[in-house]
Design a protein around this ligand. Structure first.
Ligand code: IPE
Ligand code: IPE
Ligand code: MG
Length: 234
């Protein structure tokens, strides 16, 4: 499968539900955290691929508000993998690739060490724009809508429309995803970007996240490029 892509109709924003780390490890007879560590390497690879392909926005579903239901040992391993990857990749983003990194979700509620690192990289990269990279961490789409409404009520706002409501979401300036990819063969949204995916094109693949490569991303984009988006019109 060729990695060549037509420059026409490149999605401006790709959002990915990175699923299948646990199954990848289980198939190899390894503990689940191996899968998460491999998943981090895929994240690195897909960021590079997006830079190569000229994608402007990439949003990665990293940890959901429901993922706290997992055993503490696994949650701790995921937190550790996130912290280590910030340590490992922060300077590379800042110094070379000029990627703007930010986080959406109730990430300020995470362990203090981790939240501080997230805050720090957000500030250090805020003027970059080669790629707008957003990690959804302790993120839930319903919670995002509730957090927005809570703000609306606090400000005593009585009239809303779509555009003004959007202003209260976590990252209002990011355009809605054109393409939503889910790996590992599941056909569900799992509380991801509920407001923003209203008209996103959906692509699912059986490939497990640790095995997901640039060629698979290109395949998803090619599928997107063949579609006709109608937004309710004819
Ligand atoms: C996705 O992989 C990563 C997170 C949800 C944190 P999973 O851990 O959900 O992997 P599976 O679905 O069990 O294979
Ligand atoms: C969605 O994957 C959350 C992330 C990828 C972070 P899950 O594995 O948690 O979703 P379900 O439980 O299969 O719906
Ligand atoms: Mg899963």
């Amino acid at each position: 499968m060729s990695c060549m892509l037509s420059g026409k109709n490149i999605p401006r924003h790709i959002a990915i539900i990175m699923d299948g780390n646990g199954r990848w490890a289980a198939r190899k007879g390894l503990p689940r955290y191996y899968g998460h560590n491999r998943g981090v390497e895929t994240v690195r690879r897909i960021i590079s691929a997006c830079l190569d392909l000229g994608i402007k926005h990439l949003t990665l579903y990293t940890f959901s508000t429901e993922n706290w239901r997992r055993p503490k040992q696994e949650v701790d391993a995921i937190m550790k993998a996130m912290e280590e990857s910030i340590d490992r990749y922060a300077d590379e983003f800042v110094g070379q690739a000029k990627v703007r990194v930010r986080f959406i979700g109730r990430w300020r509620e995470l362990p203090k060490n981790l939240a501080e690192k997230m805050q720090d990289i957000t500030i250090r990269t805020k003027d970059f724009n080669n790629l707008n990279l957003t990690f959804a961490i302790n993120y839930g789409g319903r919670q995002e809508i509730l957090d927005a409404l809570t703000e609306v009520i606090a400000r005593n706002i009585k009239v809303l429309d779509e555009e003004s409501f959007r202003g209260y979401l976590y990252a209002p300036d990011i355009p809605d995803p054109d393409l939503l990819i889910r790996t590992a063969g599941e056909f569900r949204v799992s509380n991801f970007l509920l407001w923003q995916i209203a008209y996103s094109e959906i692509y699912t693949t059986k490939i497990l996240w640790p095995d997901f490569k640039k060629q698979h991303l290109v395949k998803a984009i090619k599928s997107y490029q063949k579609r006709r988006r109608k937004f309710g019109a004819l």
